[in-house]
Design a protein around this ligand. Structure first.
Ligand code: FAD
Length: 396
């Protein structure tokens, strides 16, 4: 093996969205930039993102779309690198895109186009990307950082940690960035899986698992937070955008409130149906409001059935509440195995919101998902990766 000692102005750990954006910006400033990644391919999460089309930003990005112990931390970086800035970049590369829903922008063709764009921009400013690198440790024995890898030692003026969070470990995701943070005395807010399907215990699964594949327009709430998007029953519990969104807020042991027929006042509808079609069976009417399989299950579970004419307001209310106000306690989440992101991470109290530099360790930067800033579903996590990478890229 070629063991060497090398020098760089800026060493970036992680060739993902944030690391590559930072590399481009630092390269534009004439810095000698080296990016190290343990994977054999760069930016694997971009490749699989957005169902292979990469939801690369969201037009409606505001700080309210992010969770953090300090909700104001993201403001400065997001203001200085906006969704429009990233749109300009992809337009300049001739990548065509479309808006799907709720401001979410996707490539028309493939997420690989975003990776190719980032690699082309890196090449244009002389960034060197070294893949399949196993990093053994990071230290700052003097004015410079010292990173040891299986291939040798690299010394640098600035060290940028952009190694993401531990979600999807089978893609090589790890908590390595947290170890580096702790090594340099920074605090790490305990991480947990977010944007992740919720699971049910055996009792709830006994009736719900046959609904696997059923989807509805829903509104899902936890406390004051509510999301109005699709919901999908799975063989483990619940998924779909509204569930992934609420998973970032849900607390263990607590109930979520689910409206399985968003925009429809089911009680009102059933009462009207009773006046107009008194002889109709409840199950038939319900099957016009929610998918039939779900309607059958609700009739079974509430034990309310028969002709509408024979059902009291109280009984109709019980059925309606089961649809519009279903309170259910998940027994957990699917965990990092399927989580799109990780909540928590490097405590922003220890970082400059302008540059992402560690306040107590000059020259050390944390960007992207490794930081305690987590976006909602819908392109916000990449916008944070671009914005935080861009902010650090001006300073490293
Ligand atoms: C299935 C899926 C779909 C997603 N879709 C979207 C979407 O459409 N829109 C959106 O906004 N967000 C999406 N996300 C979230 C988004 O991918 C992440 O928030 C984003 O990639 C974070 O960027 P990052 O650069 O901080 O980290 P990453 O992109 O995770 O990059 C980190 C890099 O560091 C490397 N690394 C890790 N540990 C080490 C180590 N010890 N040594 C060296 N290198 C290391 C990794 O190999 C990786 O290349 C999705 C996530 C998943 C899992």
């Amino acid at each position: 093996m070629n063991w060497s000692v090398d020098d760089a102005d800026v060493l970036i750990l992680g060739a993902g969205a944030a690391g590559l954006m930072c590399a481009i910006e630092a390269g534009k400033r004439g810095r000698r930039v080296v990016v190290l990644d343990q994977s054999s391919k760069p930016a694997e999460k971009i490749r699989i993102s957005g169902g292979g089309r990469c939801n690369f930003t969201n037009r409606h990005t505001t700080p309210a779309n992010f969770l953090s112990n300090n909700p104001r931390f993201c403001v400065s970086a997001l203001r200085r690198y906006t969704p429009q800035d990233f749109i300009h970049l992809i337009d300049a590369h001739g990548i065509t895109w479309h808006e799907k829903t709720l401001g979410q922008l996707f490539c028309d063709h493939s997420a690989q186009q975003i990776i190719d764009l980032l690699l082309a921009e890196c090449a244009a400013v002389g960034v060197e990307i070294r893949l399949s690198q196993r990093i053994r440790g990071a230290a700052k024995p003097d004015e410079r950082f010292s990173i040891s890898t299986d291939a040798g030692l690299i010394r640098s003026e600035s060290l940028v940690v952009a190694t993401g969070g531990p979600s999807i470990p089978k893609m090589g995701a790890s908590g390595f960035g947290y170890d580096v943070a702790r090594h340099f005395g920074l605090t790490v807010i305990p991480p947990r899986a977010a944007l992740v399907p919720l699971t049910f215990g055996p009792e709830v699964l006994a009736w719900s698992k046959d609904l696997s594949g059923v989807s509805v327009d829903s509104e899902v709430g936890f406390g004051k937070t509510r999301f109005a998007e699709g919901l999908l029953f799975t063989h483990r519990g619940l998924s779909g955008p509204s569930i992934l969104q609420i998973s970032s807020y849900w607390q263990d042991g607590e109930a979520i409130e689910v409206d399985l027929a968003r925009g429809i006042d089911v009680f009102d509808m059933l009462k009207r149906a009773r006046t107009e079609h008194a002889k109709r069976e409840l199950g038939t009417v319900l099957a016009g409001i929610v998918p039939k399989r779900l309607a059958d299950r609700i009739v079974e579970e509430t034990a309310v059935n028969g002709r509408l004419a024979d059902l009291s307001d109280k009984r109709l209310r019980a059925v309606a509440d089961r649809i519009n106000r279903w309170r259910i306690i998940p027994n957990g989440t699917e965990g990092y195995r399927t989580a799109e992101v990780t909540l928590g991470g490097v405590d922003t109290d220890g970082l400059s919101s302008k540059t992402m530099e560690a306040k107590a360790v000059p020259g050390l930067y944390f960007i992207g998902e490794v930081v305690d800033v987590t976006g909602h579903l819908g392109g916000f996590n990449f916008q944070w990766a671009w914005a935080s990478g861009h902010a650090a890229g001006q300073a490293v």
